[in-house]
Design a protein around this ligand. Structure first.
Ligand code: SF4
Length: 594
């Protein structure tokens, strides 16, 4: 059996994993090794696509693999340039590490580059995740928050070790353990390096290495045509990886123990082990969560991650969601009503029990009364490219490539396709078309005071701000658009500041305005639309924002692709997003009339 980092991480999730993996013949895929670190980025999905009931976007899908593979190779080239520019002598590239752990198990990993500097042999690992993952880590020392990593005079990020670090009581050690937890984003990265360090020590027992991890510099801004070596951040993880050598060996024996047990009987579900609805979810989620309903399970309760308290007092026992699932409470209705202390959860419970559509008409009317006609409905599609596409952008910045605008002059309740106008734009892939996109957007939405309806305002607001920074000559127009944004998501959920300013009580201001059992805990556009009208997304070739940006990005690298058909699919998807906003507003206005 060949064991890579991910196999080890999977097998120590729980005792059951090994038996399920053997029965399903789950094997590692070589390519995954270079792609999995993309999955480490924090979730930045548009329109809450990762909701409480739906699955995570499929990061194994071919489109994702094609796009990220391209960026991995581009970044790897930059790391190579960095090594050569630093004066190091390149000794080896893409070197496989293999050691026989026992008769049945071979450990395997890859070193991207080996290079000699004047004072050390450096091992480079290319991990194109954002450097922010490590740079944001801090610990407490001498009553101050101290960053774990600092840049040395050679430009490498070194770990900041306190002078009295041997004291077990310092926060440094506690935080270091946390930093290396395989259940944390940063921890999976460090665990991977510790695993490779273990292989290196077995393969080259007499050699000391410096372990350098190349990540994408999250602060660099592209100021020329193509990203250069300024986008490479190098972290020296030698000290950290050495601390965890023993742990890797212990985990390998735990893995062997799980394999030998070969027991696929159910175990208690554990949040950190299963990692449901994350990019690092266990591949057997479907199997082990089979008894948890797809709709209106206990996970559908808003803020369920805070747990459920038996009574209103802070001293009443608090129960964790997973603990409750393991005791048999899997459906929303399994939770005793007396354990629902949050008003939102009681509202959800009432709706599910009575198949009821809840609308707070008074609050909805107050908010909708602020709409100024004609209404513009706006939606952007953007690509969080791992390396910036155009000047002025940073790594993983949401780079806008498309918009859709619908204009409605008469009340939304009277909407039909004939009484509204539509503008759309998809940037051709041949070069930077952002200026054209802004110019056309300004034509579609003239200056004025009328409302611009969006869903999840933060996303559109940030994109407009970024475009204003890039094109200051349009700042006044784009700032005008920002000042007119009207968030339909806040209409459905809540807008505490608005309601408290408009004379609503503190309690009323904090309650949600709308709920329906079909939402199953999610206010994503795709969850809300079917409550009011037919789900037209199901008929589209592109059905969510992730698929949209991956389709767009892949069209840049794939000469075989039918550009016209692809762009038509993109247009149909983005148009549906703004039409969905119109349809939802129409349905709400009609219900308020009754
Ligand atoms: S889903 Fe959870 S319980 Fe099932 S095998 Fe994976 S980690 Fe274990």
């Amino acid at each position: 059996m060949i064991v890579k980092t991910r196999d080890l991480l999977n097998h120590i999730r729980c005792r059951r994993f090994a038996a399920l993996a053997r029965r399903s013949q789950l094997i590692s895929i070589d390519d995954d090794e270079k792609l999995w670190s993309f999955g480490l980025r924090p979730n930045e999905l548009h329109h809450f696509e990762q909701n409480t009931e739906g699955a995570s976007p499929d990061f194994q899908q071919p489109l994702y693999r094609q796009v990220m593979s391209h960026y991995h190779d581009e970044f790897r080239g930059l790391v190579r340039d960095t090594i050569i520019q630093s004066g190091c002598r390149l000794v080896n590239e893409k070197k496989e590490l293999r050691i026989q752990f026992n008769d049945d198990m071979t450990l395997s990993g890859w070193v991207d580059f080996m290079a000699d500097s004047s004072d050390s042999r450096n091992i480079y690992f290319v991990r194109p995740a954002s450097s922010r993952i490590l740079l944001q880590e801090k610990y407490s020392y001498a009553k101050q928050r101290v960053a774990f990593f600092y840049p040395d005079e050679k430009g490498f990020y070194q770990i900041r070790i306190p002078a009295d670090y041997s004291l077990a009581t310092t926060d440094f050690w506690r935080k270091l353990m946390q930093l290396c937890s395989p259940w944390e984003v940063s921890g999976r990265l460090i665990y991977d390096i510790a695993f490779h360090n273990y292989l290196l020590h077995k393969d080259y027992p007499r050699t000391r290495f410096k372990l350098l991890v190349a990540m994408i510099n999250s602060d660099a801004v592209l100021d020329k045509n193509k990203p250069g070596t300024e986008f490479v951040s190098l972290f020296d993880l030698t000290f950290v990886a050495d601390q965890f050598e023993q742990r890797i060996e212990t985990d390998l024996y735990r893995m062997i123990n799980h394999i030998e047990l070969d027991d696929d009987s159910p175990v208690d579900l554990v949040k950190n082990a299963c990692q449901r609805n994350t990019t690092t979810a266990c591949p057997f989620i479907e199997n082990c969560f089979m008894h948890v309903p797809k709709k209106n399970s206990i996970f559908a309760y808003l803020q369920q991650h805070l747990g459920f308290r038996e009574g209103p007092s802070k001293t009443d026992p608090l129960h964790d969601t997973y603990e409750m699932i393991n005791s048999g409470m899997v459906h929303m209705l399994d939770v005793p009503i007396s354990w629902l202390q949050r008003e939102k959860n009681l509202m959800q419970r009432y709706c599910v029990e009575n198949k009821f559509l809840f609308l707070n008409k008074k609050k909805l009317k107050a908010k909708l009364a602020t709409l100024v006609y004609p209404l513009y409905f706006l939606d952007f599609e953007a690509f969080p490219a791992p390396l910036p596409r155009y000047q002025g952008e940073k790594a993983f910045q949401q780079s806008v490539f498309q918009f859709s605008v619908h204009r409605l002059t008469s009340p939304a309740k009277d909407f039909d396709r004939n009484n509204c106008e539509h503008w759309e734009y998809v940037a051709p892939i041949d070069r930077d078309h952002r200026r054209e996109l802004v110019e056309y957007l300004c034509q579609a939405i003239p200056e004025g005071e009328s409302s611009i309806v969006v869903y999840n305002q933060t996303f559109e607001e940030q994109r407009l701000q970024e475009l204003a920074d890039l094109f200051p000559e349009y700042r006044q127009r784009l700032d005008n658009m920002i000042s007119r944004l009207f968030d339909l998501l806040k209409v459905l959920k809540n807008d505490y500041a608005f309601y408290s300013e408009h004379g609503f009580s503190k309690l009323e201001s904090s309650t949600y305005n709308f709920y329906h059992p079909e939402l199953s805990g999610s206010y994503s556009l795709k969850a809300v639309l079917p409550v009011f009208t037919e789900d037209k997304y199901k008929k589209l070739a592109i059905q969510n924002g992730t698929a949209a940006y991956l389709t767009y990005a892949s069209s840049q690298f794939d000469p075989e692709i039918d550009q016209e058909a692809t762009f038509n699919d993109l247009k149909a998807y983005c148009e549906q997003d703004t039409l969905a906003l119109v349809e939802i507003l129409k349905a709400i206005e009609r219900r308020l009339e009754k």
